[in-house]
Design a protein around this ligand. Sequence first.
Ligand SMILES: Nc1ncnc2c1ncn2[C@@H]1O[C@H](COP(=O)(O)OP(=O)(O)OP(=O)(O)O)[C@@H](O)[C@H]1O
Ligand SMILES: [Mg+2]
Length: 274
Amino acid sequence: MNQKGGVGKTTGTVNLAACTSEAVGPDEQGRNQVAVVSSDPQGSAVWWAERVEKQWAEQNEHGRKTQPLPFDFIQHTGDPTPLSRLRNSKRYKHIFVDTPGWMGLNPREDEAGQDPLDGGPAGDVMRAVLDGAHNVLVPLPAEGLCFKPTWRTIEKVLKPRGVPFEVYISDWDPRDGTIDRDPATGMFLTKELRETQEFIDKYGWPMSPIVVRHYRIHTNAAKKGQVCTQYERSYTALKAAEDFWRTAARHGLRGAQQRVDAIDAATSVEGAAV
Ligand SMILES: Nc1ncnc2c1ncn2[C@@H]1O[C@H](COP(=O)(O)OP(=O)(O)OP(=O)(O)O)[C@@H](O)[C@H]1O
Ligand SMILES: [Mg+2]
């Protein structure tokens, strides 16, 4: 979740859901145990899901074997109440909710004690999503422009509700600098990353150690109708998917840790053919 548009919410949601689904596998009846719920009326996740299904249908028509979406996809419309009950789902083990950038902010939000979510439908949807959430992931690109909206999202919307959250740096282009850290202090060596880390530390927000890097393969994936577990096997594709596998592993999924180890082994020789 982040009030700022285009920070990687949908990219993070669908790819993390894909890794999680592959790590937990199907249930005894062969059904997906992971779902993505789009609460975004603009619906970029819907568009994504439709592309995947279309691609699948087209390719199968031509006799090629491809996979369908590795999770169930549900577009939410109408009464937001069911969103507030997602945490009690018996049907799914993990549910990932994609949220819109637009949250229907209250025009009086700057007044002390005012809830920045407005009284209209967008605010109602966001309130229900937050009532039903165990945990919120907040993607934050290492760009000063994203700092203020992220501050509002966390300080005005998440913290007052007491919803656990974690910030992660998203969409970092490895060509703009290394993600290595000073071993003594744990601080990033690259300026923009370090500034972002300092901004997060300043407010004491919990931060994921994993930086989700920018790879063109992710940008193209939606157009091609793919999620990261379906990328062709290449060095770059493995590195790109690795960030989502690491994130899934961090949430205690053993199958995901095995994938991280396999990717480490396969990519440990720089540029190795895999
Ligand atoms: N790690 C990444 N690598 C490459 N491209 C990325 C990455 N993260 C996001 N993008 C691209 O940036 C654009 C915005 O990403 P995305 O749609 O995930 O953001 P969003 O926060 O869901 O946006 P909105 O607020 O409009 O819903 C998309 O074109 C996406 O493909
Ligand atoms: Mg989106």
